[in-house]
Write a protein that binds this ligand. Structure first.
Ligand code: ATP
Ligand code: MG
Length: 398
């Protein structure tokens, strides 16, 4: 069918034509925001799941809900080894633009911007800005003595409390969205926990909505033991059969195209409901089908094309980031992994056994893979792929 009208959207962070199976979370955030705006205790939410299950698009959808409710929203993506001070400063600056416009007292808004500037100016200069001091682009003088200690654990609390107070003034609040949360540095993870611990005690309208790989809960509790009580971890997973059907059928229906029941069953079987795979197969089957309804035969024809596309875009792009030594490690994991059990972990000692090496000699490769987000370890001594079906893909590689 006409590729120009193809509605499906495989790709990292690509908004799906139909956000299927996430109604519960979308409803829950409305309640959480309303409660927080009224000063009621509300735990922050962290979405956890494997690569390609739809964490980023859900995070963005939750952010849209907050914007609809006139909350100030700040979104950042954590990066390995990079401090969150600068991205948080820029994101809060934008959030306060949304809020400030509705605030009755411009002096209060300016006061906050002064605190924000003080917070921002404590950022360590990067290579690009070593010569000139980085300018956060805030046109007020920096405040003195608030959020400028240089200790992120102190400063983050102060700047978020100040932002939340501004939100409270206009009857809403401030929501901070943090994607790739597993990449927060240990100090930053600790500071985030401490900040939201304090905010919840003060009953301020500031919520965190995070997203990250399955080991985020372990990472956060390693930095602050109370993090388990602070955050509500929401697993983001495969779409069940109904949601999978809806993700495929609803966008097609908008274009006047239907699927046969057999085609939908075949697509669910092929994708196992993994959102990224659903989009990739949807896209491929649309392109090969000659008209409505799309049939199971079309799915058969499209499957190798979808697999090839995933091999490049989903698996290949990640595989390419691994060095030869890391690939060897991944390959050994793939040979050990139990098929059909997504996210099944293998013992690192077994990986060493397969490679005939001492476990300690493999730590550099393993640590690099952890940093690149290709594998994760939710339990000491065990390791798993973050990418669903990565093992099967690796076994097809020469
Ligand atoms: N609920 C959903 N229904 C249909 N398609 C979805 C859904 N959620 C996500 N998708 C699709 O799945 C793909 C992956 O989504 P997204 O990038 O949000 O995943 P992710 O979990 O953030 O992955 P990563 O860990 O690699 O960042 C996108 O193509 C998106 O359109
Ligand atoms: Mg993502």
């Amino acid at each position: 069918m006409d590729p120009i009208r193809n509605p499906y959207a495989p790709g990292a962070g690509q908004r799906p034509p139909e956000l299927a199976g996430r109604d519960g979370e979308l409803a829950a955030i409305e309640v959480a925001l309303e409660r927080a705006a009224r000063g009621r205790p509300e735990r922050s939410v962290v979405l956890v799941g494997l690569r390609g299950v739809g964490k980023t698009v859900l995070l963005n959808a939750l952010r849209s809900k907050a914007i609809e409710r006139l909350w100030g929203t700040a979104k950042i993506e954590a990066r390995p080894g990079l401090s969150l001070r600068r991205p948080v400063a820029s994101a809060l600056h934008l959030a306060v633009r949304e809020l400030g416009a509705r605030h009755r007292d411009p002096a209060r808004v300016e006061e906050f911007l002064g605190v924000l500037k003080a917070f921002a100016l404590r950022a360590a200069p990067s290579k690009a800005t070593l010569r000139e001091r980085w300018q956060p682009g805030i046109e007020v003088p920096a405040a003195l003595g608030r959020a400028d200690s240089g200790d992120i654990e102190i400063d983050l609390v102060e700047v978020l409390v100040a932002a939340a107070e501004l939100g409270r003034d206009v009857g809403t609040g401030v929501a901070l969205f943090v994607d790739e949360m597993q990449d927060l540095t240990p100090q930053d993870a600790s500071a985030v926990c401490a900040a939201f611990h304090e905010i919840s005690q003060q009953g301020l309208p500031c919520v965190l909505v995070g997203a990250g790989l399955p080991h985020v809960p372990a990472t956060l509790s390693a930095s602050k033991s109370y993090s388990e009580r602070l955050f509500r971890y929401v697993p983001v997973d495969r779409l069940d059969r109904d949601a999978c059907d809806r993700a495929l059928a609803a966008p097609a229906a908008e274009e006047g195209v239907a699927f046969t029941a057999e085609a939908l069953a075949a697509l669910h079987a092929a994708t196992e409901g993994y959102p990224y795979f659903v989009q990739a197969y949807g896209k491929a089957v649309w392109d090969v089908a000659t008209g409505s309804p799309v049939t199971a035969d079309d799915v058969d024809v499209a499957a190798p094309l979808a697999r090839a596309d995933l091999g490049v875009g989903f698996f290949g792009s990640r595989y390419e980031r691994a060095t030869p030594a890391e690939r060897e490690y991944l390959r050994a994991m793939a040979d050990l992994a139990v098929d059909g059990v997504p996210g099944a972990a293998v013992a690192t000692s077994d990986v060493a056994g397969v490679l005939g090496r001492k476990p300690s000699s493999l730590s550099p490769a393993r640590d690099a893979l952890l940093k690149k987000g290709l594998v994760y370890s939710a339990e000491r001594g065990r390791i798993a792929f973050t990418v669903p079906h990565f093992g099967a893909f690796l076994r097809t590689q020469p």
